[in-house]
Design a protein around this ligand. Structure first.
Ligand SMILES: [Zn+2]
Ligand SMILES: [Zn+2]
Length: 1019
């Protein structure tokens, strides 16, 4: 069929059309045109939290990246100038661990044997490879970013900015080297900071559970009974803690225990914990060299728990955080039993065994020496490393810290300026800030930010703030410094500012959250004098990016970010680190608004794990469901709840999108038949011509959609966009099109204009959420209009006109009546094709002017508004409310209601047995009387008269016949316009009375009755 619109396939092939649109965008330079269009417009500053360039993107990453893209696209439609800078996180433990795996290295010693320079090269190669993979996946997802100008956190420029921050903290006296008990990963050989600990998983693990005797000195035959689940800590024991206010008993076997933990015990003697304090005991491993000279004694501790163990706690300050704190209070020796790899140090008796391996020999040894009371196992939740899953231990080590004390209050104040979506996350951030420890910034690793610390034995801590300063102070080694990474940086020797001694850098590298945390300053050129072209393409980032380093004026324009968005766990990570660093350096929050969201699970609510077989790979999802469907799934998720992602929900979305497709296809099919051409100007002022009430309604409905969607985007609630669009689509397809089919068939220009207006505006509204299908439909529907931009993204946001609210309310009432009418029919088992005599409507006052439409929709000859008498009211007592109120009278009221002895009261209440009952104190049911079907909801009641006469019955059979003939036409593959010669069965001869009607509806040029089946001949 010739026509101006290109025809539609029966259903969309999402993957295929998305690839086609991607190609069009590339060929036409659509994104570049959009940026050009908005250049100089109002600014919308978005700062991208970097994605780790370490593995392909996961479907949970695709969620976040979709949200970023949706709101940037929306802002672009609104004319905002944007930066579109994507970021990659490039160094630190996560990259190292993956490279170790791929090289088959399994300890720090093996990395050192492999060579740090080579290792750094492998890390860079991995980042280069996966930044490319992620870029490709992001493009396929529809993400529009300035892909040649990504920032990479391992560039020298980024590192120098962090150095500047570190120097500032030193100048304020916040930087210190702490000798602390720290959570430690024995495999990674590094400490784990507080926020990393939260990022790791607690696993159910089985550990030994021992009860051990500590014999008291000068108390013959008396021992302390002590419980532990970490046998490896016993060789480091120096004290035993009791609760000073608790009661303890000496049992007949000679062991002391808290009374609360063995209440049945035969007490030989009792004592308060405070009375035991100061007693000395023989340690379990006094014979070991490490224990030489240690005096073991009982100390008081108010945190001793009395609901498990023995109420006497073994204290090893070198192997536990609280123990370490107690060592400071009670001046206890600190014996640290583990090396970096979590193996026993010499002097602790179990040379080089790991914490697991040492358990059995310790138990055997204790048993052998008669110190073991009981040995078993316990399954408990135990923290593991967030990178490698290894169970964590405690070590006492030297680490570098930034004190959080002085920055805490300013950060809390900065958070008050931030608008959080959903808003309760603001409080979560406050909670984190109130409780945050000092920031442990050092990691004893290799490929990371080199901490620019040069401590001197004279007491001076030299902190370098820039590469220029390093060069100026270098004595040697500067010539081989290819980039600011180990091993090269370690070769640079500087002079102490205080005493002129030659100094080397500390070996530690920095926490990866320093790398990402500096981004709002480093990428925007804070305090940078002049723009440096490609100023972020240096160091390890050379050749990967072309990003410029802008100047301070640029920073002032784009800082703080108007909006950022990441997962909720980033409260403790990126949101925290960018805030920490910006508040330190510039005294304010680096973001004004933040959207955060929960976790992604599989569609049954389980976590996705490759090993469980329920993980979905991004590439596969893109191919099988398409980017638009994925994006729709992400956007229709309330961000305060976990997302259950999968192919099941994806299929459901595809099904719903089919309604959009079919509506557009309907318009195009009929427009081509009627040779109708769209007019671009209709989008500005609304469709031209003599609009019927239904047309005016659709225009108002469309304008209302534009307003609703804008409000949703403006408040960062994408789920409200998809909900509004869903409801709109239902109205277009299930009301407007269904009610107007005839007009399209007749080539009614106004109907075409109106539907075209609604569909095109709808496509514009939803384009940020599903850019591919939207642009595809735009190109199909709008491009034939002269003057239409080539892409929906170059057309801007639709003009917001106020809808005719009254008309919208009226039609909403009409639709409620129709919905109830359908329900009543369905209940009575009367199909819609059967015409009925009449309908009575009670309530829905606004629908009064639309009686004709209602009659048509429900196929009734007459619609009356008024009281429904064709029903019986059945009223029951709402017992939970009336029981307490009526007490003894309840029975009488129930009886009266049951017998129908009640009176209606205004406002929905009833009077029965002398009591006035309010609307909520009763349950009302309406049932149709014989021959009537009644349905009722929300104050609207409809009653259908089901009684048929001969004519109604015959008309019903005509509708059946037309339906059957048209189904046959379709099955025979006839075009919408094909004419036929129709023969109907002889037994339907009486229907020929409606000959003209049947012929019109079936495009029959001749019609007769013969034989016993329907026959169709194409003419
Ligand atoms: Zn680890
Ligand atoms: Zn010095």
């Amino acid at each position: 069929m010739p026509g101006i619109f290109s025809p539609f396939a029966d259903k969309p092939n999402h993957n295929g059309l998305e690839l086609e649109i991607l190609e069009r965008w590339d060929d036409e330079g659509t994104f570049a045109s959009l940026r050009e269009l908005n250049r100089g417009g109002p600014r919308f500053s978005f700062i991208d939290g970097p994605i780790t360039a370490n593995n392909p993107m996961g479907v949970h990453h695709a969620w976040g990246r979709t949200l970023k893209d949706v709101f940037q696209r929306y802002k672009a439609l609104r004319g905002f100038d944007q930066r579109y800078q994507n970021g990659f996180d490039c160094q630190g433990l996560w990259v190292e661990v993956e490279v170790e795996k791929s090289l088959g290295l399994n300890s720090k010693r093996e990395i050192e044997e492999y060579g740090l320079a080579e290792f750094a090269e492998r890390c860079k190669e991995r980042v280069a490879k996966f930044s490319e993979v992620i870029t490709e996946q992001s493009r396929r997802l529809g993400m529009w970013m300035d892909w040649d100008n990504d920032y990479y956190t391992f560039s020298d420029t980024n590192i120098e900015y962090i150095w500047r921050f570190l120097k500032a903290t030193h100048e304020r006296g916040w930087l210190y080297k702490g000798h602390r008990s720290t959570v430690w990963c024995p495999r990674c050989g590094t400490s784990i900071s507080q926020h990393e600990l939260f990022a790791g998983e607690y696993k159910e693990l089985e550990h030994p559970s021992l009860f051990v005797k500590f014999p008291l000195k000068d108390r013959d035959g008396e021992s302390l009974s002590v419980w532990t689940t970490t046998p490896w800590t016993l060789p480091a024991n120096v004290a035993a803690a009791v609760h000073p206010d608790a009661d303890y008993v000496l049992r007949s076997d000679g062991t002391w225990i808290a009374k609360a933990l063995d209440p049945e015990a035969d007490a030989v003697r009792t004592a308060r914990g405070a009375d035991l304090v100061g007693l000395e005991y023989e340690g379990p491993f006094d014979h070991l060299p490490a224990q030489k000279g240690v005096v073991h004694r009982v100390i008081p501790w108010g945190d001793v728990v009395l609901d498990e163990g023995t109420g006497i706690v073994h204290i090893a300050p070198g192997a536990g955080a609280e123990d370490f704190e107690l060592s400071r209070i009670h001046d206890l020796p600190v014996l640290a039993p583990l090396d970096e790899a979590g193996r026993m140090l010499p002097g602790f008796g179990f040379d080089r065994l790991s914490t697991d391996e040492v358990a059995e020999p310790v138990i055997n040894d204790l048993r052998h020496r008669g110190l073991l009371l009981e040995a078993g196992t316990i399954v408990h939740r135990y923290p593991t490393c967030w990178r490698c899953g290894t169970p964590l231990v405690f070590r006492v080590v030297d680490d570098w810290f930034i004190s959080a004390e002085e920055i805490r209050q300013p950060m809390l104040e900065a958070n008050r300026t931030v608008e959080w979506t959903p808003d309760f996350y603001s409080k979560r951030m406050d909670d984190w800030l109130r409780n945050m420890d000092d920031w442990n910034i050092s990691r004893k690793r290799y490929f990371g930010l080199p901490l620019p610390f040069y401590p001197c034995e004279c007491g001076e801590l030299n902190v370098i703030g820039s590469r220029a300063e390093l060069e100026a102070r270098a004595v040697r080694g500067i010539d081989q410094l290819v980039e600011l990474h180990r091993p090269w940086i370690d070769e640079v020797v500087i002079r102490c500012a205080a005493c002129d001694r030659e100094l080397r850098r500390v070996p530690e590298v920095g926490d990866a959250w320093l790398d990402a945390g500096i981004v709002p300053l480093a990428t925007l050129g804070w305090q940078n004098e002049t723009t440096v072209p490609h100023g972020h393409a240096n160091g390890a980032a050379q050749g990967l990016s072309g990003a410029d380093l802008p100047d301070n004026a640029y920073w002032e324009e784009w800082f703080p970010a108007d909006w950022i968005s990441e997962m909720r766990e980033q409260i403790r990570l990126w949101f925290y680190s960018i805030s920490f660093m910006a508040v330190t350096l510039v005294g304010r929050s680096p973001y004004r608004r933040v959207l955060t969201y929960e976790k992604l699970l599989d569609e049954t609510g389980r976590e996705m794990h490759r090993s469980w077989g329920n993980a979905i790979e991004v590439d596969e999802a893109l191919e099988r469901m398409g980017a638009d469907v994925m994006r729709w799934q992400y956007c229709s998720q309330p961000s305060s709840q976990n997302l259950l992602f999968g192919y099941g929900p994806g299929y459901e979305i595809q099904r719903r999108l089919l309604t959009l497709w079919n509506s557009a296809k309907f318009l195009v099919d009929y427009a081509n038949i009627g040779s109708w051409t769209p007019t671009w100007q209709d989008l500005e002022g609304g469709p031209a011509g003599e609009l019927q009430p239904l047309d005016r309604w659709l225009v108002a409905r469309t304008n209302a959609l534009v307003t609703e969607a804008a409000a949703a985007y403006e408040s960062w609630v994408s789920v409200n966009v998809s909900r509004a669009f869903d409801a709109f689509l239902e109205d277009v397809s299930n009301w407007y099109i269904r009610r107007s089919r005839r007009r399209f068939w007749d080539g009614d220009e106004v109907a075409f204009r109106t539907l075209w207006f609604a569909l095109v505006q709808g496509v514009r509204v939803i384009s940020p959420v599903m850019p591919f299908l939207a642009d595809y439909l735009w190109r199909k529907l709008a491009s034939p209009a002269e003057g239409a931009p080539s892409s929906v993204f170059l057309a801007g946001w639709p003009e917001e006109a106020t809808g005719d609210a009254e008309l919208l309310d009226e039609v909403a009432d009409v639709r409620r009546v129709v919905e109830l009418g359908r329900q009543a029919r369905a209940h009575a088992g009367v199909k819609l094709r059967q015409p009925l005599r009449s309908l009575v409507v009670e309530g829905a006052a606004l629908a009064r002017g639309h009686a004709g439409e209602i009659a048509d929709e429900l196929r009734v000859n007459e619609v009356d508004f008024g009281e429904v008498e064709a029903s019986e009211l059945r009223v029951k007592a709402n017992l939970p409310l009336l029981g307490p109120k009526l007490g003894r009278d309840l029975a009488a009221v129930r009886k009266a209601l049951e017998e129908g002895a009640f009176e209606k009261l205004p406002g929905g209440g009833f009077r029965a047995a002398g009591h006035d009952l309010s609307a909520d104190e009763v349950l009302v049911e309406r049932r149709g009387k014989e021959g009537f079907a009644v349905a009722s909801a929300d104050g609207v009641t409809v009653a259908l008269d089901l009684r048929l006469d001969e004519e109604l019955e015959r008309t019903g059979r005509v509708y059946d016949l037309i339906h059957e003939v048209n189904s046959l036409r379709k099955a025979m593959g006839l075009e919408l316009t094909d004419r036929i010669e129709l023969t109907i069965p002889e037994r339907l001869t009486d229907l020929l009375e409606h000959r003209a009607w049947i012929a019109r509806e079936t495009l029959a040029t001749s019609l007769e009755a013969a034989g016993d089946e329907i026959r169709i001949e194409k003419t």
